[in-house]
Design a protein around this ligand. Structure first.
Ligand SMILES: Cc1ncc(COP(=O)(O)O)c(C=O)c1O
Length: 397
């Protein structure tokens, strides 16, 4: 007998970034030196003080269940952080600590959305957004943005797609995959139109501490009176503190919504790892010099990457204001032959770049934007140099 799958299993796609990473891993397993720019995780080790805090937590016996929505010490520290540094008055009962920001997004969508609801997602979007929405039975409404509008959703476009059924607008600034950072004024203009509707906002601010040049992060919920009552802010330690494997993210939401998010999490996964929570507490309350060091390194890599892209024939890129991705427009290669293969879309481009040049990128189609390839510069400069040398050769055809 074969087991029949639930309807939902057929509608969910595996994460394309992870799929690309596993293709790269397979090649590596065959002994090929793959230049890997596919994964969205800092290459730095987790800072020493954070590792030490985890060891101390284990030795002190913090190896048991914590309250499902997170331990009181961490929730209190996050409430203080949002109140004092983000300007968002927050009580601990508004905070839910999760197994990564991804689970925070899932909790929020599960608490608020269901069949018949619509969630507006500006494209290009992070690979998981549309699938996380589909898991709830709601419908993702993908709204395209392009290079011409700086990959930003305008208030007019939001209104064009908003309906009675719009439950949430998802925004992500700085953005994965484009690196785009909305200005405060742009977010205020969006906030003003959102407030004319019944929609809420799910603001994914996970790259908030990785901004470059003039770009600055904005905590969306603080922008207008009343906005915090309909906004769920999501962030975490993965990107800022090079802690992807520790799986700690969080949400800040109105207390009534947080209660349901916590209840959902209590049934699905219980608390996030107790040891990781102590590590996250050290991350956000301990010395921040390692964050500065990693940030300076990202600045240097970004400069290098933009310089190299500028000299790649037929490739353009909106300079990322944040995060650690360059979203390269490679559409001028469609219809041309690279590595002995006619390139017809971004998947062709990325698969051929992997098999032929051993460079791993992620196809734009995974982010709802055909014609692009995402390069992660969370990789050392030497690997980046080799990668661009190989790409340059590859693009000669
Ligand atoms: C935009 C965005 N949101 C959320 C996440 C999830 O992060 P976490 O490791 O905290 O689950 C990522 C990770 O790639 C991301 O790029």
């Amino acid at each position: 007998m074969t087991m029949s799958l639930a309807e939902r299993s057929n509608s969910i796609a595996p994460s394309a970034t992870l799929a690309m990473a596993s293709a790269a891993r397979k090649l590596k397993g065959e002994g090929v030196a793959v230049l890997d720019f596919a994964l969205g995780e800092p290459d730095f080790p987790t800072p020493e003080n954070i590792q030490e805090a985890a060891i101390r937590a284990m030795k002190a016996g913090h190896t048991h269940y914590t309250p499902p929505a997170g331990m009181p010490e961490l929730k209190a520290a996050l409430a203080k952080l949002y109140t004092e540094q983000h300007g968002l008055p927050t009580r601990p009962d508004q905070v839910v600590v999760s197994n990564g920001a991804k689970q925070s997004l899932h909790n929020a969508l599960m608490a608020l959305c269901g069949p018949g609801d619509e969630v507006i997602i500006p494209a290009p979007y992070w690979v998981s957004y549309a699938d996380l929405v589909k898991l709830t039975g709601a419908t993702p409404i993908i709204v395209e943005t392009g290079e011409a509008d700086g990959f930003k959703l305008s208030p007019e476009k939001f209104l064009q797609f908003a309906t009675r059924r719009t439950k949430l607008l998802m925004i992500n600034s700085p953005s994965n995959p484009t690196g785009v950072v909305y200005s405060r004024a742009e977010l205020e203009a969006l906030a003003d139109v959102v407030l004319t509707t019944d929609a809420g906002v799910l603001s994914d601010e996970i790259y908030e501490q990785l901004c470059y040049g003039d770009a600055t992060p904005t905590c969306f919920a603080t922008l207008r009176p009343g906005l915090a009552d309909r906004t769920i802010t999501v962030s975490g330690v993965s990107k800022t503190y090079a802690m992807t494997g520790w799986r700690i993210g969080w949400s800040v939401a109105p207390a009534s919504v947080s209660k349901f998010m916590g209840d959902i999490q209590s049934q699905e996964t219980s608390n996030p790892c107790s040891i990781s929570q102590w590590a996250a507490l050290e991350a956000i309350t301990g010395p921040q010099d390692s964050v500065k060091r990693m940030h300076s390194e990202f600045i240097a890599r970004r400069e290098y990457v933009l310089g190299r892209i500028a000299s790649l024939p037929g490739v353009t890129c909106v300079p990322p204001g944040g995060a650690f991705y360059a979203f390269m427009n490679i559409s001028s290669y469609f219809g041309r032959t690279l590595g002995g293969r006619v390139i017809s879309d971004s998947t062709d481009f990325c698969l051929t770049a992997l098999s032929h040049a051993h460079v791993a990128l992620v196809m734009g189609s995974a982010f709802g934007a055909e014609g692009y390839a995402r390069l992660s510069f969370a990789t050392d400069l030497e690997t980046l140099r080799k990668g661009f040398d190989a790409l340059e050769e590859f693009l000669k055809g």
